[in-house]
Ligand binder design. Structure first.
Ligand code: ATP
Length: 881
């Protein structure tokens, strides 16, 4: 590829980047850096999608047949129900879609650019051609970039080339051949690929659809929607119920036919029964409840990237959390220093001392953070180091200029060290900082008061003792060393034969809000496990403060972990509360061991190497602020505030969402069973049909829907975090839930039949139900009785919805008016039923007649019975369970 002088061609300056003004102009001209959104579906297409189902076809056929035989009213009602149902479906889908779009926006990666000479983080969509982009390990490449500077930069390009091994990038690479394959273009970094190591600077040459990945973006556009385990289960159950419903309907039709009933009536009843029994509304309601729940979670700083995580969150039994920044504030301050064989308070040292001066130079130079008056970027540990040196009078920018960086070995959490090589007069010096266990084996000399000498065992012991003492005070300890007069620029020699300079100790206080959250987890039967790269004693000191662990037996280090076999680890894992000095690869083993013990595990992570453990965990949680794009990409949940307490809130929300979905499902199931029971029993006993087809359709598709949605957004149960986690094996269609639905379904069915018989008794003038002549019922009496059955069915279901608000607590305990939407659904439901009964036009359409106040009293009396029945059952359960 031709080597371009990009900065000239694109009118940009590599040193300062574009001006904000110019960037905005280009953004306006060329549009945002994103792939073209695929066209939104029109409302007609959306409506069609709702109608395009077997169920609706059957209904349309039923409407046509009704029309054909002159039953105009039935046809109209059936069509109205179809249309209303489709409209509700479209609204629900639009809501869910909107929530998902919001989510997409939240997870757009950020890009680091230089504009007006200042390094800043912007949304990758705002990146324009000519922007100077800075890449570091863990970042997505935001556009196609021509690299102008690289330091050991490696990029993983599997999204583009399919090759998952990271390739080395080199800004100085040139080729005159124009047809070099993408994977070999070493001076280019392509959009959507991933920097996994080192650093680089480049200039954006192409954005959005013009990029290499943009060219194949069309293939990525139609990503399939993910279903949650519950949705999948519902799908399966729905199919089984559907087949069952069709079989029952066919049987009913046959029985009716054999009994000599009117064929058209029986056909319509059978069709509406099938419609009633198939829980077609369930998946839509589950989606909407999940989507609304996810929106509420965003307000609490948890962005759900994968919908199934919402359900799993509610079942989490172990939360594994990083220490730094999640449990602690990540506001580091160096308070103490050990140097020249002595432990000092920071205010007692000065740059006048040659070893102190060299140590400060080391931590200033071996450092990638920047600290300006009001802006800091980079790792808080490094920011703290710059700040302490500045306090003593050493400026980072000046020191960087005096001792230019020639090479580096970047920090990674595997090595737990970082080294940089600098030109010092006519020599080269290596400065090193890192975890003391990793540093000490590489040290051969020690500098005291400016004089170097060989390190003795006594020195080593003294240093180790000092580290222990500092760690026990919860200080984060970092060792500092250097290597004078480096002979050759060979990476393998940088970290050999080092000279020890000292230790820095920094505080990082626990977050205030974390302690109560951990208590809450304990109450909720959730174990909290700290996983950290930090020293065992520092970790334990903080774990004690937060009540995560009490004694050393509950801790395990990475070294100890290495010595354990997987089976041994599984045996021990449940007793460990703190894993210290672990590397990301250990996290995978820890998650696997915990899962092996039957735990549902949530794991946090931020680095590139955390991706495997985040994927392995049941719920992978990435840090939104400090996390790399790689970690975010692998996670199910992203915390926008990096805060442990947010995980607890998300678990609480997850539990409530699951409960609410369960309420909607069980409500709809019991109602459908009620309709089925009433009709089936009635027909089987040879009675006139207690309900007409339109009654069933109306109740099933209209009056039931509102309470089901209202239950889905039931206010959070304040006691949800006092319960133990839901077992991983718990099924929504458990024995208890099935018997609940059947019991209540039967009750509602029998009450409906009872109202029907009472109606017949009154309007045929019989003295008892048993002496009625059911073969010769007048039309007038039948319509009256059916009206009573219709009202009892719908109103008892409306009342029944209140039973679902709690499995154990009385409706008075949970508060009748707490769920306003449910109260509204009840009142609205009763109101439309009254409208149906008292409007002459509806009277003809629905085959109903106005009722007397005695009838209403009877209906209300019956309709309230499901509440009485459930209150008794709950009372018994509270006593005996
Ligand atoms: P956590 O895993 O809870 O986030 P951590 O920040 O200590 O804790 P790592 O970032 O993996 O975890 O760091 C591990 C160790 O490496 C630290 O305890 C410290 O001793 C050392 N270390 C951290 N940052 C740097 C750095 N920038 N340069 C050199 N060494 C570092």
């Amino acid at each position: 590829m031709e080597r371009l002088s990009e900065s000239e061609k694109l009118h940009t300056n590599v040193e300062t980047g574009l001006t904000t003004e110019e960037a905005q102009k280009r953004l306006k001209e060329n549009g945002p850096n994103q792939f073209d959104e695929h066209q939104k579906d029109s409302i007609l297409v959306l409506l069609w999608r709702q109608m395009n189902s077997m169920l609706i076809y059957i209904l349309i056929a039923a409407a046509m047949i009704s029309l054909f035989v002159g039953e105009m009213a039935d046809a109209i009602i059936i069509l109205a129900v179809i249309i209303l149902n489709a409209v509700i479906g479209v609204i629900q889908e639009a809501k869910a879609e909107k929530a998902l779009e919001e989510l997409k926006k939240m997870s757009t990666p950020k890009a680091v650019v230089k504009r007006d000479g200042v390094i800043q983080e912007i949304s990758s969509e705002e990146v324009v051609v000519g922007d100077v982009v800075i890449l570091d390990a863990g970042r997505f490449v935001p556009a196609d970039i021509q690299l102008v500077e690289t330091a050991n930069l490696k990029v993983e390009e599997s999204s583009l080339t399919g090759e998952s091994v990271a390739v080395d990038k080199d800004a100085t690479w040139e080729s005159l051949n124009k047809d070099v394959p993408l994977g070999d273009q070493k001076n280019m970094a392509f959009m959507s690929t991933l920097a996994t190591y080192g650093r680089g600077i480049g200039i954006v040459v192409r954005i959005g659809m013009d990029t290499e990945i943009g060219k194949i973006a069309k293939m990525l556009a139609n990503k399939e929607k993910e279903m949650t385990p519950l949705q999948k289960k519902l799908d399966e159950v729905g199919k089984v119920l559907g087949i069952g419903a069709l079989a029952i309907s066919a049987a009913l039709f046959l029985i009716g036919f054999l009994q000599g009933r009117e064929i058209l009536d029986m056909f319509l009843i059978a069709v509406s029964l099938a419609v009633a029994a198939i829980p077609e509304g369930l998946p839509a309601i589950v989606t909407i409840v999940l989507a609304l729940g996810v929106q509420r979670m965003i307000q609490q700083n948890a962005v759900i990237r994968k919908l199934p995580a919402v359900e799993t969150l509610g079942a989490v039994s172990v939360i594994c959390s990083d220490k730094t920044g999640t449990l602690t504030q990540n506001k580091m301050t160096v308070t103490n220093v050990y140097t020249n064989d002595t432990y000092h308070d920071i205010k007692d040292i000065s740059l006048q001392n040659p070893t102190v001066e060299r140590m400060m130079r080391a931590i200033t130079l071996c450092n990638d953070a920047t600290v300006e008056a009001d802006k800091q970027t980079g790792d808080p540990t490094e920011i703290a180091l710059i700040e302490v040196a500045e306090k003593l009078g050493m400026n980072k920018d000046e020191t960087d200029l005096d001792y230019p960086r020639m090479d580096e070995l970047a920090f990674d959490s595997e090595r737990k060290m970082m080294s940089t090589v600098h030109q010092e007069q006519d020599m080269k010096t290596v400065y090193v900082k890192g975890a003391i266990e990793c540093l000490l084996p590489k040290i051969t000399e020690i500098e005291v008061e400016g004089i170097r000498r060989l390190i003795t065992d006594k020195d080593q012991e003294k240093i180790e003792k000092q580290v222990d003492e500092m760690s026990e005070k919860a200080l984060r300890v970092l060792g500092v060393a250097y290597k004078p007069s480096l002979k050759e620029m060979d990476k393998a020699t940088y970290e050999k034969d080092l000279v020890f300079l000292g230790l820095t100790g920094m505080i990082d206080p626990p977050r205030e809000e974390v302690k109560p959250s951990i208590e809450e987890c304990h109450d909720a039967g959730i174990r909290v496990v700290m996983i950290t790269g930090d020293h065992q004693k520092t970790a334990l000191a903080i774990a004690k403060e937060l009540h995560i662990a009490e004694h050393e037996d509950q801790t395990m280090t990475g070294v100890e972990l290495n010595e354990l076999s997987d089976t041994k680890l599984v045996e021990k894992v449940d007793s460990i509360r703190v894993f210290a000095r672990v590397s990301p690869e250990h996290k995978v083993r820890i998650v696997q061991a915990l899962k092996n013990r039957g735990n549902i595990v949530s794991m946090t992570g931020d680095g590139v190497n955390d991706a495997p453990s985040l994927k392995e965990a049941d719920v992978g949680v990435a840090m939104g602020i400090t996390g790399t794009d790689v970690a975010k990409g692998a996670a199910d949940v992203v915390l926008t505030d990096d805060n442990f307490s947010t995980i607890t809130h998300a678990v609480e929300k997850g539990r409530n969402i699951y409960k609410n979905i369960k309420k909607s499902i069980l409500f709809l199931l019991s109602c459908n069973l009620g309709e089925l029971a009433a009709l089936f029993i009635g027909i089987l006993l040879g009675w006139p049909a207690p309900l007409t087809a339109v009654h069933i359709l109306w109740v099933n598709l209209i009056t039931d829907t509102m309470p089901a949605i209202a239950l889905g957004v039931d206010p959070d149960d304040p006691d949800v975090m006092k319960e133990k986690p839901r077992p991983a094996t718990e099924k929504i269609f458990s024995k208890r839930n099935i018997s609940f639905s059947i019991g209540n379904g039967l009750l509602i069915g029998v009450l409906t039949l009872f109202a029907f018989m009472e109606g017949l008794k009154i309007y045929t003038g019989s003295s008892t139900m048993l002496t009625m002549d059911l073969k010769h019922v007048s039309d007038e009496a039948l319509i009256h009785a059916q009206t009573m059955a219709f009202m009892t069915l719908s109103i008892s279901q409306l009342f029944h919805s209140f039973n679902l608000r709690s499995e154990r607590k009385s409706i008075f305990q949970v508060g009748i008016f707490k769920n306003r939407l449910l109260v509204f659904a009840l009142l609205f439901g009763i109101l439309i039923q009254m409208a149906v009964v008292y409007t002459p036009l509806f009277n003809t359409w629905f085959h109903v007649v106005p009722l007397s106040w005695e009838d209403w009293l009877f209906i209300l009396g019956l309709s309230i019975l499901p509440i009485v029945f459930n209150e008794v059952v709950k009372g018994i359960r509270r006593v005996f369970d």
